[in-house]
Design a protein around this ligand. Structure first.
Ligand SMILES: [Zn+2]
Length: 454
């Protein structure tokens, strides 16, 4: 009811704005705000097989042109909003200055697993009530997915140690390294549902990473961790447990300790040494923690001679399409606030998604939270949306949204619908536009996601 009043008001406002603008800048800008769905408006198309065929399409009324001409109304109407319509993406900085952790912390890290030894390590950590970080190989994770689940379920952290640990491929070119990181990330995401930004280079970064490796991984949203205490458990085959323990004890203890150990196949001596290593740090008063993307990573200095390897640098195009958009995958999941027609509602993380810069959400969830009524017709495979004066049909067979305007005219938008878990997902921009509430601003920052429509 409230909606009805506002719709009329908004319509008038939209028209006024358009007129002011056309007067001010001469012609509408052909601008589409980034980060939002692009819509192909098929204004005044003959309404063929959709809905009631009683309305005639009126090609002549000027009012209708304003209503349906998206470049005039939806986007060019408010230049001030255009600037802010670009998603304001903040690069998340590792808050290095956030806190100088008081006291002493030890990060136990286990590389090359999972293997049959991993469950033994997990059992020891459980008994000692401490947590650690597992830098796993994609290849191994695929083989032992249930172990990956147990690692996560017990509260430990997962890191990415590339797919197969093959130095020749990994350090032959950055493209190879990247490919293995992404492949492992996908394996872990399939098992756990989340991605890990933590990366450890096989063999460590020294002598392997050049500036390109460091900078592109950082740009892609990853945190590369070396270590500052080497347990020496992989110096050669079968290093005995006492030697592993004394290697650890011989290192001068710093406040923040990252201990390198291995839980890959053949590391039963590490398993034997582990309880004593844990007791050692407990006695020294260390807290045990897991590595996280928020802390400053421990990294070896750059090997000055690494440039001699003459590795091919990836092209700018490759970086732009692979690395640059990758960091967004690690941004925190935020709720999305949608404002339209003076009503506001919220979609929690998981209730919407961003695909190719477009917000998508289930049409019923969105509309019912805005106070609309939604009906589904199995026979026509269409959703019927009634919101205030607006009446919109989402025809999934034809892939169009159809809006009937007050004057009897019909406007159509070509839309890609998506069916997921019984729900009909739809891009928000054409949906709101069809409902006569075009989006005027979209914000995407590290702390906020919001779509504002008229
Ligand atoms: Zn390794």
């Amino acid at each position: 009811m409230k909606q009805r009043r506002i719709s009329g008001l908004m319509l008038v406002r939209m028209m006024l704005l358009t007129l002011v603008l056309i007067a001010a800048i001469g012609a509408p800008l052909g601008f589409q705000p980034q980060g939002l769905p692009e819509v192909k408006a098929h204004a005044m198309k003959e309404q063929a097989a959709v809905g009631s065929a009683t309305h005639k399409v009126n090609l002549a009324t000027p009012q209708k042109v304003q209503t349906v001409n998206h470049s005039a109304v939806g986007t060019a109407a408010i230049p001030a909003a255009l600037a802010s319509a670009k998603p304001k993406k903040k690069v998340e900085t590792s808050q290095e200055t956030k806190k100088k952790t008081q006291g002493k912390t030890v990060y136990l890290t286990f590389d090359d697993g999972p293997s049959p030894h991993t469950d033994q390590v997990l059992e020891i950590l459980r008994q000692e009530k401490v947590t650690g970080t597992f830098f796993v190989l994609g290849q191994q994770a695929k083989r032992y997915p249930e172990v990956i689940r147990r690692i996560v379920d017990a509260g430990h952290a997962l890191g990415n140690h590339t797919y197969n640990h093959d130095y020749d491929a990994l350090y032959d070119s950055f493209g190879h390294f990247w490919k293995q990181v992404k492949a492992t990330e996908e394996v872990l995401r399939e098992i756990t549902g989340t991605r890990t930004p933590l990366v450890r280079a096989p063999g460590g970064t020294y002598g392997h990473f050049d500036k390109t490796y460091f900078s592109l991984l950082e740009q892609g949203g990853y945190k590369v961790f070396d270590w500052n205490v080497d347990s020496g458990d992989s110096k050669r085959k079968g290093v005995p447990a006492d030697e592993i323990v004394s290697n650890v004890k011989n290192e001068k203890p710093q406040d923040q300790v990252i201990v390198l150990m291995h839980d890959g196949g053949g590391h039963e001596e590490t398993v034997k040494a582990l309880p004593e290593i844990i007791h050692y740090y407990k006695k020294l008063g260390y807290e045990f923690s897991t590595l996280s993307a928020e802390q400053k990573p421990v990294q070896f200095t750059l090997d000055r001679g690494i440039g001699k390897k003459n590795r091919p640098a990836p092209s700018a195009e490759w970086v732009a399409s692979n690395v640059a958009p990758n960091a967004a995958l690690f941004e925190p999941e935020l709720p999305l606030t949608v404002e339209a027609g003076s009503v506001q509602m919220r979609l929690d993380a998981g209730e919407y998604e961003m695909l190719d810069g477009q917000y998508l959400a289930p049409v019923r969830t969105v509309m019912e939270r805005l106070g609309a009524e939604v009906y589904w017709s199995e026979a026509t495979q269409s959703a019927f949306i009634e919101w205030g004066e607006a009446s919109v049909i989402a025809d999934t067979r034809r892939g169009v949204l159809t809006a009937e305007r007050k004057d009897g005219s019909v406007v159509e938008w070509e839309v890609r619908f998506d069916r997921k878990a019984q729900a009909l997902w739809i891009p928000l921009r054409p949906l709101l536009e069809a409902l006569n509430h075009p989006i005027v601003e979209a914000v995407s920052t590290a702390t906020e996601r919001r779509v504002s429509a008229l």
